[in-house]
Structure formats: structure tokens, C-alpha cells
Design a protein around this ligand. Structure first.
Ligand SMILES: N=C(N)N/N=C1\CCCc2cc(NC(=O)c3cc4cccc([N+](=O)[O-])c4[nH]3)ccc21
Length: 322
């Protein structure tokens, strides 16, 4: 708290630490004027990779993304301060914490809940890709839960590794007259532009971990292969004791996302149309919690809550029938 910017400590009262990320930490704070609870993520500027450009450029890019994005399943920044060595980002409170800790405590997430979370992740990444942003670091640590309840909104965070898709020289070349253009420019063009497929792969790994409680690629796998070789060869195991109670549709989504060839991998769009996600009850619940009708009177809110409970009950019953 020592070197907090003055205008920051005038506006917010910082209390306790609520999460410690790899770079910086998350603290609970109160907005003095409204007593509203918020989260404050502190990021040390020296923690930004100076890989592409300077650390400051990377930080500015991330801050620009954080302030531009607007989707119910992407973290929203409410305020922002900086000192010469740190950024202080004020965020909505996500009292459910990280999906990573939820999976750890539950061991395996119940299939209908994993589907609700996965659907929200797909919608969030669909929004990012439609806005020319690739996340590139999707993992359970970067998925936050809005409450301790199973049925809750998830929000993706940490755009440290994300990339903004710019119009490329190749795209401009392909728009011109190809009179003098070599054939390989066209054949190479076929594979370029699939960098967004990395997010689909990562969501496949996140879904696998949520459903099975263990990662598909990990050091002590019986294969004797390094994690890197397991990934590049797409070698993983559905351990029966973990996967027996899980539907074939769920397994199929995982299989079609964990495809080594990015061109053959399910896109986010295709995943959203996979049979496992063709679940109206789940989608109704998702839309309801993602876009709550800000109804003034409590009765409407109660009705919504009742319908959510009913939906979840029918979803859970349905998934047991499967
Ligand atoms: N690294 C980077 N360059 N950008 N990272 C970022 C970008 C800015 C937003 C951001 C937010 C978080 N995390 C939370 O908000 C959060 C974690 C958490 C755990 C328990 C409870 C609550 N809560 O009750 O709120 C929590 N909120 C982690 C990383 C980043």
C-alpha cells in the first residue's frame, strides 16, 4: 500500500489480499463514495514480457484491450491508475475466484455445469475473435467465477499474451492483381490466419480438465513422452474411471478440439454448433445469467431465480438420463 497513487487511495480503501497471481496480486477494496466492493489487480511493470516490443508497449496494448472489450464473459475494468513501477486495475469482484481452484476443490466439475461454463467461454472467445483479438493464454487460472454457486457467470481475464490481428501485407497482396504473383504465395496463404485456432485448442484442454479433473498432457503420463511430444503428437488418454460417467457428446467435443492440425481443428463457431452444446435448457440458463433483466421489482428477479433453478434441475436430470 505504501506507494499507492494519492488519487487512488482517496477513491478506494484497500483491505485484504484475495488472490495471488503469478504477476502481481488481487486485493479486495471498497469504493469510498459508494461502499461498493471491488477487486484491485496490481501488475508490476517489470513483469511484462519485453518480447514483442518494450514492456511498456505490451502493457499499453493489454490495457487498451481491457478497456475496449465489452462482453458479459470478459473481465470488465472499472478504473485504472499507474505509478512508475506498477499498474492498479480496478475490476468487478468475482467472488467465485479462479476456475482452477474450483476444479481442484471439486475434483471433477459436474457435466451440466462444465457445459454451462464451456458455453460461456466459447461465447467470450467468439467475441474476442470477432474483434480481431486472440487470447493465447486460456487456462483455468484465467477463468474467474462470479459466485460460489455452481450456476454462475464466468469471465475470462489476463490479456498479457493476447495478440491483435492487424491487416497483413499478405492480405493486401492477395487483394491486388496476381499477374506476377508466385504460386506458393497462394498455397502459403491457405495456412496463414489460423493463429486464432490456438484458443480452440486451449479451450479443449480446459474442458478436459473440468470434466476429468486431470490434464490431457502432463509429465507423468504412461506414454514416456515429454509433455511437448504428447502435445505435438496429440497423444492423451481418457482414463475410464474418470470418463465413464461422461457423455459421448462431451468426449467428442474434446476429441475434435485436441486436433494437432489447426486447419482440421474445430473452430469456436463449429464448437458452438456441436450436438453437446445444442442444449436449449443450458443456453436459456446461460443467457439468463449473462444478460440478467435488470428488473426493478423483486418478484421478477425471484421468478428468474426460480426459472434458473428449474432449468438447472431439468438439465441435471437430462444429463443423468444421457
Ligand atoms: N497479468 C496480466 N498482465 N494481466 N492480468 C490481468 C489483467 C487485469 C485483470 C486481471 C484480473 C485477475 N484476477 C482477478 O480479477 C481475480 C482473481 C481472484 C481470485 C479470488 C477472488 C477474486 N475476486 O473476488 O475478485 C479474484 N479476482 C488476474 C489477472 C488480470
Amino acid at each position: 500500500q505504501s506507494n499507492l497513487p494519492k488519487e487512488f487511495s482517496e477513491k478506494y480503501l484497500i483491505t485484504k489480499k484475495i488472490g495471488a497471481g503469478v504477476c502481481g496480486e488481487v486485493k479486495l477494496a471498497f469504493e469510498r463514495a459508494t461502499c461498493k466492493k471491488v477487486a484491485v489487480k496490481t501488475i508490476n511493470k517489470k513483469d511484462f514480457p519485453a518480447s514483442l516490443g518494450t514492456a511498456t508497449q505490451n502493457a499499453e496494448r493489454e490495457i487498451q484491450i481491457l478497456q475496449k472489450i465489452d462482453h458479459p464473459c470478459l473481465i470488465k475494468t472499472e478504473d485504472f491508475f499507474q505509478t512508475d513501477d506498477s499498474y492498479y486495475i480496478v475490476l468487478e469482484l468475482m467472488e467465485g475466484g479462479e476456475l482452477f481452484d474450483r476444479v481442484k476443490s471439486k475434483n471433477q466439475i459436474e457435466e451440466s455445469i462444465a457445459k454451462l461454463y464451456f458455453y460461456q467461454m466459447l461465447k467470450a472467445v467468439e467475441y474476442l475473435h470477432n474483434n480481431g483479438i486472440i487470447h493465447r493464454d486460456l487456462k483455468p487460472e484465467n477463468v474467474l467465477l462470479s459466485s460460489q454457486d455452481d450456476v454462475c457467470v464466468i469471465k475470462i481475464t489476463d490479456f498479457n499474451q493476447s495478440k491483435i490481428l492487424e491487416e497483413s501485407a499478405l492480405m493486401r497482396t492477395l487483394c491486388g492483381t496476381p499477374t506476377y504473383l508466385a504460386p506458393e504465395v497462394f498455397t502459403d496463404a491457405v495456412t496463414v490466419g489460423y493463429s486464432r485456432a490456438v484458443d480452440a485448442w486451449s479451450l479443449g484442454v480446459v474442458l478436459f480438465v473440468c470434466l476429468a479433473g486431470y490434464p490431457p498432457f502432463h509429465p507423468n503420463a504412461q506414454t514416456g513422452l515429454s509433455v511437448r511430444d504428447q502435445i505435438t503428437q496429440g497423444i492423451y488418454t481418457f482414463i475410464p474411471s474418470k470418463w465413464d460417467g461422461i457423455s459421448d457428446d462431451a468426449k467428442d467435443v474434446v476429441k475434435r478440439l485436441l486436433v494437432v492440425d489447426p486447419n482440421a481443428r474445430l473452430t469456436i463457431e463449429e464448437a458452438l454448433h456441436h450436438p453437446w452444446l445444442m442444449d436449449e435448457a443450458m443456453k436459456e440458463t446461460a443467457e439468463c445469467i449473462m444478460y440478467p433483466k435488470d428488473s426493478g421489482d423483486a418478484t421478477a428477479a425471484d421468478a428468474t431465480a426460480d426459472s434458473v433453478d428449474a432449468t438447472v434441475a431439468s438439465t441435471t436430470k437430462r444429463s443423468r438420463e444421457n
